[in-house]
Design a binder for this molecule. Structure first.
Ligand code: NCD
Length: 308
């Protein structure tokens, strides 16, 4: 049974460990197909993308995924070119676009926007990032990258470094990891710790510890997930100034790492990973963008219940 058939992907919390494993198997299967078998899986299907916030990887990987499976895409990557600029509300935008497409991926700056869109729409909605809240398909990509690069998830020790307060990818990743047997080290400036209500909730589900200093835990880690400080989410620019560039991962720091550590990052990177790390064996963040396309292909094919 395909657990993704016709589903909205609003929150990672709606999916179980078995759902993730089913998705990863499907992604492996799609990747192993010959081009001529793959390029008609979503023939005749259209993906609509509605991006109210900037994006490179999420939007383009969804588009690339759709094209890879023989489908097509339409939408806007910039709300200024749509009627939203004239004052059209989100509900009317969704009610219109759902008439033109089979599935919608939406990114919005407001928490709750994806849930609202899913309630309105008769077509499946994929949350491509909602406020500071969640980014479920990024977390699926992150787990898939870990599976591909480490052979599995259980038993690993995962460090998450950076802006744990405003980074939505962190919240989706933490809830996804909580379905597995892992230890998580949360490493951040004290002003950027995971939001307390979420911390207390997660503490019941997964072994968590908090640190200020990455060097303290680095030698123990199997995975280091780095995030940028989310400048645009700070209510006060002066607060951002205090914490920007508060950590940096470079080759010197990595001398203390396990030989088979992998470094992930949802990207974009600002200055939190220095460029000298890019060519090291640890760096998997560009490979992660490729896994994102494969994973999202499988997700689209499963939601649209295509044969493959
Ligand atoms: C992230 C996002 O938009 O939340 N980007 C992404 O989709 N990979 C991370 C970020 O902007 O820092």
């Amino acid at each position: 049974m395909n657990p993704f058939k016709n589903r909205d992907i609003v929150s990672i919390k709606d999916f179980s460990r078995n759902d993730f494993l089913f998705l990863f198997d499907s992604a492996n299967r799609i990747e192993s197909l010959q081009e001529k078998e793959r390029n008609h899986i979503l023939e005749g299907k259209i993906l609509g993308y509605l991006f109210f916030e900037p994006s490179t990887r999420t939007r383009l990987s969804f588009e690339a995924a759709m094209l890879w499976l023989g489908g097509r895409c339409l939408g806007f990557a910039e709300p200024k070119v749509s009627s939203v600029e004239k004052g059209e509300n989100l509900a009317d935008t969704i009610r219109t676009v759902e008439n033109y497409v089979d599935i919608i991926v939406m990114r919005h700056y407001k928490d709750g926007a994806a849930k609202f869109a899913a309630e309105i729409s008769n077509k499946p909605i994929i949350n491509g990032g909602s406020g500071t809240e969640e980014h479920p398909t990024q977390a699926m990509t992150d787990l898939y990258t870990i599976v591909k690069e480490k052979g599995g998830i259980d038993g690993l020790r995962v460090g998450i470094l950076g802006d744990l307060k405003y980074g939505r990818t962190v919240y989706s990743l933490l809830y996804a990891l909580s379905q597995f047997n892992v230890k998580v080290d949360l490493i951040s400036h004290p002003m950027l710790r995971v939001r307390r209500e979420v911390f207390f909730d997660l503490e019941k589900k997964i072994e968590l510890s908090e640190h200020e200093n990455v060097e303290e835990v680095l030698p123990e880690l199997d995975v280091l997930y780095v995030t940028r400080v989310q400048k645009e989410r700070f209510p006060d620019p002066a607060e951002y100034e205090k914490v920007k560039s508060s950590y940096i991962v470079n080759l010197k720091l990595l001398e203390k790492a396990k030989k088979d550590l992998i470094i992930l990052h949802p990207l974009p990177r600002i200055d939190e990973i220095s460029y000298d790390v890019d060519n090291s064996k640890y760096a998997k963040y560009f490979k992660q963008t490729l896994y994102g396309k494969i994973l999202r292909s499988a997700l689209l094919a499963l939601i649209l219940d295509a044969d493959f």
